[in-house]
Design a protein around this ligand. Structure first.
Ligand SMILES: [Ca+2]
Ligand SMILES: [Ca+2]
Ligand SMILES: [Ca+2]
Length: 155
């Protein structure tokens, strides 16, 4: 796992490219935070969670509380805009995060859980104790890009 830096607001932020990456491509982009982002390669999407296609991040939470997972994404279309996301291994099948899309730019979006058009949670909120936490992004649709990940404390 990689270093943790503090955002201006005090919430932890990680660059997507700084994670423990399996099966992702790293791309250079002047518009990306840190100059790079990761993307699911063509034909890299999968129909279920797989340990051969995952990006893992360890966050060190200082203050226990309810958090949202706010990310910068690069998702050009509805065919390039989803991951399964797990927090400390849960849910086992992952939150199905359908990200915001933009043809040209990186956009900020919070992890949600939308299955079969049904919104189960938007945004997902998780209670985190102080200490280390593992957040995993599993490939689902190829072409989906992830730039940075932040934990935003809600209370
Ligand atoms: Ca989609
Ligand atoms: Ca795609
Ligand atoms: Ca980045």
């Amino acid at each position: 796992m990689e270093l943790i830096r503090e955002a201006d607001c005090g919430d932890p932020v990680l660059e997507a490219e700084a994670g423990a990456l399996t099966g992702f491509s790293i791309r250079e982009d002047d518009l990306a935070s840190g100059g790079q982002y990761i993307v699911v390669p063509n034909e890299g999407g999968t129909s279920s969670i797989s340990d051969s296609s995952v990006a893992r991040y360890e966050f060190l939470v200082e203050d226990a509380g309810v958090y949202q997972i706010e990310c910068r994404v690069r998702a050009p279309s509805g065919g390039d805009n989803s991951f399964w996301v797990r927090v400390d291994g849960l849910p086992v099948d992952g939150y199905l995060w359908n990200t915001a899309t933009s043809a040209e730019n990186f956009v900020v979006d919070q992890v949600n859980h939308v299955t079969g058009g049904v919104v189960l949670e938007d945004p997902v909120q998780v209670f985190l104790e102080s200490g280390p936490h593992l957040i995993e992004f599993y490939q689902r649709e190829d072409g989906t890009g992830l730039d940075s990940i932040a934990l935003r404390r809600q209370g």
